[in-house]
Design a protein around this ligand. Structure first.
Ligand code: VAL
Length: 193
């Protein structure tokens, strides 16, 4: 919130109240089975991002995608502030399953990356460095050591037994379970097939 307020001033009274509320970075993925391996978020430094007050909380996403996304999520919302992705550099969000299982209670930092666009999704890329080339490149360029990259999927497409919540399940079995878990945790805005 401070990063946003510095770039896009908000009335002081609002700031104090807003500071009490969590901000949710909205991500979109075609591969829900990569969510347990999320280790970062990518935003484009030059693209404007909006902080939007909605009935589902304070959401962060690319300004250009606010209207289509709110429509898709069946939400109304008010844009409170807009700032370039640059101001989000290294800000740490919690993993979407952080409060479901302590095994996911870790930070996903924002890494700036030009490949994040406002063409589709939300303009914020869910980065799972074990499963995407851009994800790998941007995480390692920002200092994530290769040894720290999480790769819970074994060669046979089954999660390692020690993966919290989904260990031992194949990624295809686990996909609906991950979606259900996110929904139950109030961390899912929409699905599409
Ligand atoms: N970043 C990609 C996605 O969001 C994968 C490779 C994790 O779908």
């Amino acid at each position: 919130l401070q990063a946003f307020a510095a770039a896009s001033p908000l009335p002081h009274a609002d700031l104090a109240a807003l500071a009490q509320r969590p901000i949710y970075a909205v991500i979109w993925t075609t591969t829900a089975w990569t969510i347990p391996a999320n280790q970062a978020l990518n935003v484009n430094p030059a693209l404007p991002y909006a902080l939007v007050d909605t009935p589902r909380g304070l959401l962060l996403l690319a300004e250009a995608l606010v209207e289509p996304c709110l429509q898709r999520y069946g939400l109304t919302g008010q844009v409170l502030a807009v700032a370039p992705g640059q101001v989000l550099d290294r800000i740490r969000f919690r993993h979407p399953l952080a409060h479901v299982h302590p095994g996911y209670d870790r930070a996903s930092p924002v890494y700036l990356a030009d490949y994040a666009t406002a063409d589709d999704g939300t303009g914020i890329v869910h980065s799972a460095p074990a499963y995407g080339v851009e994800d790998f490149n941007s995480c390692t360029a920002h200092g994530l050591a290769a040894a720290d990259i999480l790769n819970p999927v074994q060669g046979n497409g089954v999660y390692a037994a020690d993966l919290p919540l989904f260990g031992g399940q194949s990624i295809w079995q686990a996909t609906p379970a991950i979606i259900d878990t996110l929904r139950a945790a109030d961390r899912l805005l929409a699905t599409q097939t």
